[in-house]
Design a binder for this molecule. Structure first.
Ligand SMILES: Nc1ncnc2c1ncn2[C@@H]1O[C@H](COP(=O)(O)OP(=O)(O)O)[C@@H](O)[C@H]1O
Ligand SMILES: [Mg+2]
Length: 181
């Protein structure tokens, strides 16, 4: 990306469900127009983080800063009103594309990659995606945010990492490495 414009800052977000600490001071940024893959084993906290960003859950502590200002979403409609939309099945998104785009998609082997490139070309949309298919993630994302046991353990630029390294952070084989934030 030539210039990075910060769209969303996830700033020390924690979330507890009773005694379960689902998110432990998670911090990272999303830049306008980029695709970030959020990966991690089951229980890493991916869904909880997405639910907070989309207004379904309040954080226990920490803040979301959207377009430079702190936001407090009371519900998904609040997030939607600010342009943050959550799509739980990528087929829902494919249905919104026109015939030509679907033909384009048909030629692609990676749906998320195709959707991401299409959205990026059309609308400069920023995407945070969760996929359990490491190949999808690796092909479509600009950056990969790895979570493990409620913590953000690595942010990797696609061009500088490998699926093996991503998996090593997911499993804990590789120690957390977070740039200053
Ligand atoms: N509504 C909930 N109530 C209690 N515990 C929850 C709830 N949602 C998630 N958790 C717990 O929080 C942790 C993170 O879960 P989750 O965000 O679903 O992880 P992931 O999506 O990465 O698999 C897990 O230990 C899970 O059991
Ligand atoms: Mg989940």
């Amino acid at each position: 990306m030539p210039q990075k414009e910060t769209l969303l800052v996830i700033n020390h977000i924690s979330k507890a469900f009773g005694a379960v600490q689902a998110l432990k001071s998670v911090s990272f940024e999303l830049y306008r127009g980029e695709i970030v893959a959020l990966v991690g084993d089951n229980g890493a906290g991916k869904s909880t983080l997405v639910k907070i960003i989309s207004g379904l859950y309040p954080a226990t502590s920490g803040e979301l800063i959207f377009k430079g200002a702190p936001v407090a979403f009371r519900n998904p409609a609040d997030a939607l009103a600010m342009g943050i939309e959550t799509v739980y099945q990528h087929l829902a998104l494919i249905e919104q594309l026109d015939v030509a785009d679907n033909v384009y998609l048909g030629r692609e082997t990676t749906r998320w990659g195709a959707i991401g490139r299409w959205l990026r070309a059309q609308q400069q949309m920023t995407m945070l995606i969760i996929s359990h298919n490491m190949q999808d993630v690796y092909r479509s994302a600009d950056r990969v945010v790895v979570m493990r046991q409620g913590k953000h353990v690595a942010t990797l630029n696609k061009g500088e990492t490998t699926t093996q390294e991503i998996v090593a952070y997911m499993t804990g084989a590789k120690e957390p490495h977070i740039a200053a934030e």
